[in-house]
Design a protein around this ligand. Structure first.
Ligand code: GLN
Length: 525
């Protein structure tokens, strides 16, 4: 083959209809054809990265190996493609503008008026062209018509003209509502969304129409007619029980042949894809404060699903604070295991601590992630070691027992964006611990995103598993220059990690900690 091919994926009508998972599924399908697939997720917001955004509105922040704080869609690409993404795979409007303005100050455009076209579009085109691969998937966040997205569509329109014929394939993903009263699909929003695209000079080559129930031929034909697309290039995907069924579904619709035919790549009728089966009969609670959208804990949820569990239920840590101990017990009693995820700020902290106390006392499997681990230490300090009012200085600056405190290097940092301890770092696992046995090796590399750490000066009782053979004590089980994991070894599963294993689960390769956690939850006590 000669020259890179580009598959541009835009969204229409509404957001949240699975553009990221569909794009990642197409990527996986093409990878199975032996092609090298590159990815660029474009986010038209002005933030430099997703690190400072509220997960309740925007979904989780996904952290890459190189410590980039990305939009959660990079997580879909990692899980579906089975490959690690990096900062290069995400472009925000903020980055594009920042770079143009920096260049202007350096004198790169001396003499010219710096403009959206051609300077900003040039910057965007360069970022797209610099992605390596045979086929590059470019997913544009948001929906067509958003004012922030226009410059990206303009850049891509130009790119299509500059590249050899048939090297750019446009897919528009829309939503087709079904009207119960008249028993019909309504295609008008899709038609209008295509019109918006055309107005800026882009004619889609394929439409993927998402709908709650299976789209009928009538609706497909109508969309085809009004959008100037052959009916075979209108693909309907109704709600499926699992997002991991999308790749197979697209394959069965022959989407690879349709794309391949257009961009001149031979495709085989083969697809190696094992849809993960989340058939384990367990019920897991995720005790968290972001209850606005499932997306806020995306990677944790997908890690559980990839380990065979059904989606966990979110138990609101803020409301948990209002109940009596007996009520907390009653609320949590129906779950086979608890996860305390990462988070920031004091809201809901005491609710999480109560859930941890419940799990420790009742020996219910518990996995603490980052903030979750920090709170396991706080709970242990208060309720087992008797260090009254022990806390993290993130929540109580004047606590008499600051068992969690800001990392030394973080105390000097005043800026907020991109300044945490971020990305992949190595840690040693201590022999004889549960975590060492789970990983089956001495050294691990895991991704981080935090400012606080365990402060051993305030909790000297916490010792290395090496030096404290007492299995019922909370012991340090992994270290780097920081404490990286703690556990109470004789519990069914009571492990807290300072890092985020959830970012590393892939389809067919769930993270070992989640895998074991789900296994233990399955063995009913
Ligand atoms: N807020 C805590 C810290 O900064 C935990 C962060 C997290 O859970 N990612 O250390």
């Amino acid at each position: 083959m000669n020259g890179k091919r580009f598959i541009i994926i835009t969204g229409g009508v509404i957001s949240g209809i699975g553009k990221g998972t569909t794009a990642a599924s197409i990527g996986r399908m093409l990878k199975e054809q032996g092609l090298r697939v590159g990815v660029l997720k474009i986010d038209p917001y002005l933030n430099i990265d997703a690190g400072t955004m509220n997960p309740d509105q925007h979904g989780e922040v996904f952290v890459t190996e190189d410590g980039y704080e990305a939009d959660l869609d990079l997580g879909h690409y990692e899980r579906f493609l089975g490959e690690n993404m990096s900062a290069r795979n995400n472009l925000t409007a903020g980055q594009a503008y920042f770079s143009v303005i920096e260049n202007e100050r350096k004198g790169k455009y001396l003499g010219s008026t710096v403009q959206i076209i051609p300077h900003l579009t040039e910057e965007i085109k360069n970022r797209i062209m610099n992605i390596n691969g045979d086929v590059i998937i470019v997913e544009i966040g948001g929906t067509v018509g958003d004012i922030e997205g226009e410059v990206f569509l303009e850049a891509i329109r130009e790119l299509k003209l500059e590249l050899p014929r048939n090297s750019v394939f446009f897919i528009h993903l829309t939503f087709v509502p079904y009207l119960e009263v008249t028993s019909e699909f309504k295609t008008k929003p899709t038609q209008q969304s295509v019109q918006l695209l055309r107005r800026i000079g882009i004619q889609p080559d394929m439409i993927i129409a998402r709908s709650h129930r299976k789209l009928d031929e009538n609706a497909k034909n109508k969309i085809a007619l009004f959008s100037g697309i052959r009916p075979a290039y209108v693909i309907g995907i109704e709600d499926l029980p699992s997002i991991y069924q999308i790749p197979e579904r697209l394959f069965l619709e022959g989407v690879h042949f349709k794309i391949g035919g257009y961009i001149g790549l031979d495709m085989k009728n083969e697809f190696n894809w094992d849809t993960p089966k989340n058939d384990k009969n367990v019920s897991i609670a995720l005790v968290g404060k972001y209850t606005g959208t499932d997306d806020a804990y995306k990677s944790v949820m997908e890690s559980l699903v990839l380990a065979g569990a059904p989606k966990p239920e979110i138990v609101d840590s803020v409301t948990l604070e209002r109940y009596s101990d007996e009520e907390v017990d009653a609320i949590l009693a129906k779950y086979d295991g608890l996860i305390i995820p990462g988070g920031f700020g004091s809201r809901g902290i005491e609710g999480k601590i109560r859930a941890i106390k419940y799990a420790r006392e009742k020996d219910v499997p518990l996995l603490g992630l980052c903030l979750g681990m920090q709170l396991m230490v706080v709970e242990y300090a208060r309720n087992v070691l008797g260090l009254e009012d022990a806390n993290s200085t993130e929540f109580a600056k004047d606590t008499p027992h600051p068992v969690i405190d800001k990392m030394e290097e973080q105390k000097r940092i005043l800026k907020m964006g991109g300044t945490m301890r971020l990305g992949s770092q190595k840690a040693k696992l201590i022999k004889g611990t549960v975590i060492h046995e789970i990983y089956g090796r001495d050294e691990i590399s895991e991704r981080h995103r935090h400012r606080y750490e365990i402060n051993l000066d305030a909790i000297p009782q916490l010792k290395d598993a090496d030096s404290d053979p007492e299995l019922s004590n909370m012991r340090i089980s992994a270290t780097s220059q920081f404490v990286e994991a703690v556990e109470i070894s004789d519990k069914r599963f009571f492990i807290g990690v300072q890092y985020h294993p959830e970012y590393k689960s892939k389809v067919g390769a769930p993270h070992p900690l989640f895998k074991r956690f789900v296994e233990v939850c399955t063995e009913k006590s």
